[in-house]
Structure formats: structure tokens, C-alpha cells
Design a protein around this ligand. Structure first.
Ligand code: ADE
Length: 245
């Protein structure tokens, strides 16, 4: 999967994307492919005038600044054009057949997501659907938001919120989406980290996962539930179902 992130603060992504599972997913493997190919684009470079202005005061007055339609659309169009010519350096096919490893698949249509508290609430079902796409463009807003004409004019396919609270910008929501989506891509998680039977997965009926226990068997007077020590797989399964919810 290729992901292009348009942001005023690319530096915010260091850390979450350069550690652990996400870093591993982004690394180029011996066959020249990677599972997650993330590109950052500084919105400032598309700004207007000597000061590369990206925002302006809202019509009608009020607090805060609004990202300009001309600047944001220029960024989206340039990033789309670049992605089409560069194609997908990674390949989701890479892990399936060696024949396709060296074939750089062409990208046609990016799925363009804008993060805002006004958007549709992100769910695991939506994460799974998004993970099936081969190309995402993520637009991180700032200040009071973006000029509505960017959305109404058809440059955004989906407006997503990660919860009913207001953040300083779309960078953290973008990282949340990248993390949740990446772990659904086949090969990103090791066997040990499987995304099969986990909270909100279809196999658990979209419910929350059962609680977990490990050694020691007794901790400060609290014992691991007997059923988990019993070795009765049917009983354990039944208990886990009961404890999901
Ligand atoms: N930008 C600011 N707050 C947000 C939220 N809750 N979800 C998505 N994008 C945002």
C-alpha cells in the first residue's frame, strides 16, 4: 500500500512511524518491495506568495484561520500526479508470488481522506475496508479547518473523525489511521501478533476482546481464573466468548 500524507508538520510523524511494527512494515525487503510505502508532503511548499501562505481569515468573521482551497487542491493534484508516475514502490503482491515482486504496480485512483471532527467516526469495519485499498492520500487539517469547496468540489472522498473531541490538527488522527490500517495488511504482523481474533474484529462479532492473563498464577492474592488453567479448550473458548462484550 502507498500512503501520501499532506501535512504542515511532517516532523510529527517521526516516532510513531519509525519504531516497532510500522517501521518494520516500511522497510524495503530484499526483493525491493515494502508493505507500507509512506510519503510525506509539506503543505507549506504549495503555499502562495513570498511567505508561502497556506491559510487565511474565514469569510464572515470569527476566530482562527482556514486552509486555502487553491493551496490544498494544488497539493492534492500534485501528489496524485506524482503517485501515478512513481507507481507503487512497495507491493502488496510481493508477499504472494515472487513473479510479481519486481513488477511495480501502477496506481490509478487514490482514496483521499480528510481528518476533521466533523467527519464520520472511524470504526474497525472502516479500517478493514480502507486496508484493502492500494493508495491513500491523507490530508491533515489545521487551525479552524479547510475551505469547504475542497470537499464540495470533489477533491476529498471521505471525511473521518477519530472521536468526539477536538485535536490541534489531523496529524494524530492520520497516525491512528495508518497504524490501524497497516496492521491489517497481510504480512505486517507476525504470527504472534495476529489481527484475527481481536477486539472489534468480525470473528468476535465486533465486540471487545476477552481479558488476558499470564504468569504468575497468583499475584497479590489474585488468581488466574481456574478455567484458563484447566486445559479444557472447549471450556476456555466458552469462557472467552462470555467474557467478550
Ligand atoms: N482534527 C481535529 N480533531 C479531530 C478529530 N477528533 N478527528 C479527526 N480529525 C481531527
Amino acid at each position: 500500500m502507498r500512503i501520501d500524507v499532506i501535512t504542515l508538520f511532517p516532523g510529527m510523524f517521526t516516532g510513531p512511524l519509525t519504531e516497532s511494527i510500522l517501521q518494520r512494515a516500511r522497510e524495503t525487503r530484499s526483493d525491493g518491495t515494502s508493505l507500507l510505502d509512506v510519503h510525506f508532503h509539506d503543505l507549506r511548499q504549495f503555499g502562495t506568495g513570498t511567505y508561502k501562505q497556506v491559510d487565511d481569515r474565514p469569510y464572515g468573521g470569527g476566530a482562527g484561520m482556514v486552509l486555502r482551497a487553491d493551496v490544498v487542491v494544488k497539493a492534492i493534484e500534485k501528489v496524485t500526479e506524482e503517485g501515478r508516475t512513481e507507481g507503487i514502490r512497495d507491493s502488496d503482491f510481493g508477499i504472494r508470488t515472487s513473479k510479481l515482486n519486481t513488477q511495480h504496480s501502477k496506481l490509478k485512483t487514490p482514496h483521499r481522506i480528510y481528518f476533521s471532527p466533523r467527519g464520520k467516526r472511524l470504526t474497525q469495519a472502516n479500517v478493514e475496508k480502507t486496508a484493502k485499498r492500494d493508495w491513500l492520500i491523507l490530508l491533515c487539517g489545521h487551525y479552524e479547518g479547510i475551505d469547504q469547496r475542497i470537499i464540495d468540489g470533489g477533491w476529498i472522498d471521505e471525511e473521518i473523525s477519530i472521536g468526539d473531541y477536538v485535536l490541534t490538527g489531523g496529524e494524530l488522527p492520520a497516525m491512528v489511521l495508518i497504524d490501524a490500517v497497516a496492521r491489517q495488511i497481510p504480512g505486517v504482523l507476525g504470527k504472534e501478533e495476529s489481527a484475527q481474533e481481536e477486539s472489534f474484529s468480525a470473528s468476535l462479532g465486533r465486540k471487545k476482546e476477552y481479558p488476558h492473563y499470564t504468569r504468575p498464577e497468583e499475584f497479590r492474592g489474585m488468581r488466574v481464573p481456574d478455567v484458563l488453567l484447566s486445559g479444557h479448550h472447549k471450556e476456555i473458548e466458552k469462557w472467552r466468548k462470555e467474557m467478550s462484550g
